[in-house]
Design a binder for this molecule. Structure first.
Ligand code: GCU
Length: 347
């Protein structure tokens, strides 16, 4: 049944990772900003006895230098106090707050994780102003060409810089690194992992259109809707697919397939019809062959449409459909942790 539904979408066939990423850069997200020549940082302890003394909270101001320019933004590190080597989340969040309604920090620490997070607007504004923050450093006079990075690519670039820092910290387990985000940041999390192999896991929460959901024939948000709301999230070329989705030389399965053979976890929510849980699950099905090519299990699921309460954690692509609204909830985090714990020894 799922395969029939998928066949009716007439998706472009998967290519090599390089081919798929190049199409996604050129047609959807824009090319990633340059990798810095040099990255430095300063650390400031914010709360020594954080989470009842189980962790410390540190603010890190990280500076990247490239093409004679420099850009600094802050992120936050919640590090368990006890000696040990910890799996860690890099959470691209809506707010810089730690904890936050989308980030139950103490509970994540109690589950054995360190948490590195940033508020995305500390990187660049969430609007069409390309003179602000990283955008202003990248583009002269705020002008970009048709394939230059949109804002999602800039937030993904920032997550790469947090990873640059994480790679130097002995207490962080580089074999269990996870990037995650909700909604627009769930789109960003997928792009982050697709463009940086240092990430072992990615969780994309309720990210829907131009994120985890197949675009062709999806319910809820369309390319037209998202370009009307926030064309600046993408490169300018993406707009040519407004009311023209069947001519896209890609679909969102390219993004997930580009992450193979690493682990991808997709979260859907029952009432989030704008994101469209069925189309989110179809991406998992469509991307699965890219993982199977590496002798991995890919996506393992029942051959039917998703139902509330479904949790598919067996393969390299995990998926769940929980009750409730568009939200990054404790339930999503705990299911993610279950998926990570199940697979971390396979890395
Ligand atoms: C809007 C947008 C979505 C996006 C969401 C969010 O609803 O249409 O594509 O995921 O905002 O980021 O909160």
């Amino acid at each position: 049944m799922l395969n029939q539904l998928l066949a009716s979408k007439k998706l472009p066939p998967l290519g090599t990772k390089e081919e798929m990423l190049d199409i996604l850069f050129k047609e959807e997200y824009g090319y990633m900003p340059p990798k810095p020549e040099k990255v430095t940082w300063t650390e400031t302890t914010v709360i020594r006895n954080f989470c009842a003394g189980k962790a410390t909270l540190t603010k890190v101001d990280i500076t990247s230098e490239f093409n004679g320019k420099s850009f600094t933004f802050p992120f936050y590190v919640t590090m368990p106090t006890k000696d040990g080597v910890y799996p860690f989340f890099i959470h691209i969040n809506f707010r810089a707050d730690v904890p936050d309604r989308y980030m139950p920090t103490e509970e994540l620490v109690d589950n054995g994780f360190a948490v590195l997070s940033f508020g995305y607007k500390d990187v660049t504004s969430d609007n069409g102003d390309f003179t602000d923050g990283l955008a202003g450093v990248l583009y002269e006079n705020g002008q970009r060409n048709s394939t230059d990075a949109g804002k999602l690519a800039m937030w993904a670039w920032a997550a790469h810089r947090v990873m640059d820092y994480a790679c130097t910290i002995d207490k962080l387990d580089k074999k269990c690194s996870v990037v995650c985000g909700h909604s627009r940041q769930g789109k960003t999390a997928l792009l982050t992992a697709a463009t940086d192999e240092r990430f072992c896991f990615v969780h994309s929460n309720n990210s829907g259109c131009s994120g985890s959901a197949i675009t062709r024939g999806k319910d809820g948000e369309t390319v037209k809707d998202i370009c009307k709301l926030a064309s600046f999230w993408f490169c300018e070329n993406y707009q040519q697919y407004i009311d023209n989705e069947e001519n896209m030389p890609f679909d969102q399965h390219y993004l997930v397939a580009s992450i193979a053979p690493r682990f991808v976890h997709i979260g859907s929510a029952e009432t989030d019809i704008w994101a469209d849980p069925v189309s989110e699950m179809l991406t998992c099905v469509a991307a699965s062959p890219a993982f199977e090519k590496h002798n991995k299990k890919g996506f393992v699921c029942e051959n039917r449409l998703p139902q509330v309460g479904d949790v598919y954690h067996e393969g390299s692509i995990g998926y769940h459909l929980r009750k409730g609204t568009h939200y990054f909830s404790r339930e999503d985090w705990l299911l993610l942790i279950d998926f990570i714990n199940r697979h971390k020894n396979e890395i």
